[in-house]
Design a protein around this ligand. Sequence first.
Ligand SMILES: Nc1ncnc2c1ncn2[C@@H]1O[C@H](COP(=O)(O)OP(=O)(O)OP(=O)(O)O)[C@@H](O)[C@H]1O
Ligand SMILES: [Mg+2]
Length: 350
Amino acid sequence: MMTQQEVLDLLREVKHPAKGEKSVVDLDMVQNIEVLTDRTVVTLAFGKRRDPLAEYLIGAARAALVRGGCPGPEVRTVVLDDERPAKKPLELGKEMLSGVKHIIGIASGKGGVGKSTVAVNLAVALARLGFRVGLVDADVYGPSIPTMTGTEGDMPTAEEIDGKQEIIPLEKYGVKWMSIGYFAKRSQALIWRGPMASTALKQLVLQVKWGELDYLLIDMPPGTGDIHLSLVQDIGIESAIIVTTPQNVALADVEKGVDMFRNESIDRRILGLVENMAWFTPAEHPDEKYYIFGHDGGERMASQLGLELLARIPLVQGIRESGDTGEPASLGSGPDALAFIDLARKVSEL
Ligand SMILES: Nc1ncnc2c1ncn2[C@@H]1O[C@H](COP(=O)(O)OP(=O)(O)OP(=O)(O)O)[C@@H](O)[C@H]1O
Ligand SMILES: [Mg+2]
């Protein structure tokens, strides 16, 4: 007859693909092993939140028992109460955020409105005002922070402290930066299945040694899906800034973004609206303003949604160029930089 230890060793072959290839044994999921003369019963424990890979793991565990020659292999499951901390060794806690005073999500209903641009420039502007700032690029599908900050190709280091990996964020322009882009090749398409993206994201926030920060900004991915909800809940995003462009058609999208935070199960404070690309100012005529997307769309949206309009950022070539060269516009002293500094001051007074 097999021993429990031998069965346990067989189960070490059963790796969880979404958890860094750790086995069900490492993950403490093996709740019980019963070895009888004609039956081998393994009980795997799952958390309350449905693991999308549960069926796969059950099948893989059974296959391991068959391969190992266990008589009458059977795999059962139990669902653990999430309240039982001893059985959840991999759950990432929020210890790394204990020195962080405010966590602010930068969101929008729609893509391409300038969330990342606003997030990066707000971060640099807050740092220029003397605040301690970090920024997480939560766009795990299309990370843009490495390019916008000229840190692509840099690789954050990790320390092992008390058996736990702690990632050290990159530092530049007085801001601590973290992005999945640092861990993936530039050309490599990032293809995640929903739950894997969520896990990766949580690690980018919860496994990073942020130290003492006044503000941790989260550059949210476009849209308003499940990944956003889990981000807000699991990381504890405290409040949000919504970015929009002034077009009329954008109102519906902004509403979606706003509803995401006002939703009763989420219920986070929205600090206000940032109207990006509010007008166009040509580089050679810095005093001229062309309202190519309409005149006071941002103002109207803000009042319709009961929000404060925190800033109006012009559409200037310099902002796009600085995004491409990795030197944020807010490092300078032009009107665009001042608009971001002004936004930073407002945010710090809220
Ligand atoms: N005020 C501005 N003036 C000029 N260019 C801008 C401005 N704001 C954003 N851009 C440019 O518009 C493009 C989209 O901006 P950005 O990447 O910040 O948008 P996003 O909302 O983060 O997009 P995504 O939804 O893909 O994450 C970039 O090339 C950026 O440089
Ligand atoms: Mg972006």
